[in-house]
Design a protein around this ligand. Sequence first.
Ligand SMILES: Cc1cc2nc3c(=O)[nH]c(=O)nc-3n(C[C@H](O)[C@H](O)[C@H](O)COP(=O)(O)O)c2cc1C
Length: 142
Amino acid sequence: MKKASIIFGSTTGNTEAVANTIAENMIDYEVKLYYVTDATEAAVKEVDLVLYGCSTWGYGELQEDFVPYYNNIMTDQLLRGKSVGVFGCGDKENYEDVFCAAADLIKAKAQQCGAIIVGDILRVDSEPADNTDAIVAYARSL
Ligand SMILES: Cc1cc2nc3c(=O)[nH]c(=O)nc-3n(C[C@H](O)[C@H](O)[C@H](O)COP(=O)(O)O)c2cc1C
């Protein structure tokens, strides 16, 4: 069976809920979940697919726990040739211009590092429970 890691940062638990729903519905994969501050390089090196999940805070900024990982762990050496998908939570009504911008930042960094981006970003607006169908469809498309 193929292996995947889901590495996420979440302040109020929304991105965590999305990560759990994705993991439950990736039926072709053995999936491990890592909070971003606990994610080692092995969590990337030993799997076929890495999913990064991050909510957006401030005005278009990364969720704070994701910042050290983004700055220090996301490198060419780790990500070149690796399949990477990205998802995020945000608020379209109040932050339309920077809706889920953290996911865009992570996708761009992964691309700069030579990763192969899998699928489109999954952007979850407001409550994950109102977006279950889209989250399940995303997980099944991987
Ligand atoms: C102070 C504040 C700033 C926010 N900034 C953004 C933003 O720039 N873009 C966006 O899409 N959502 C923004 N949000 C919405 C959060 O990303 C959203 O509530 C998300 O579901 C939180 O996910 P988490 O619980 O996984 O951290 C903001 C929310 C707050 C309270």
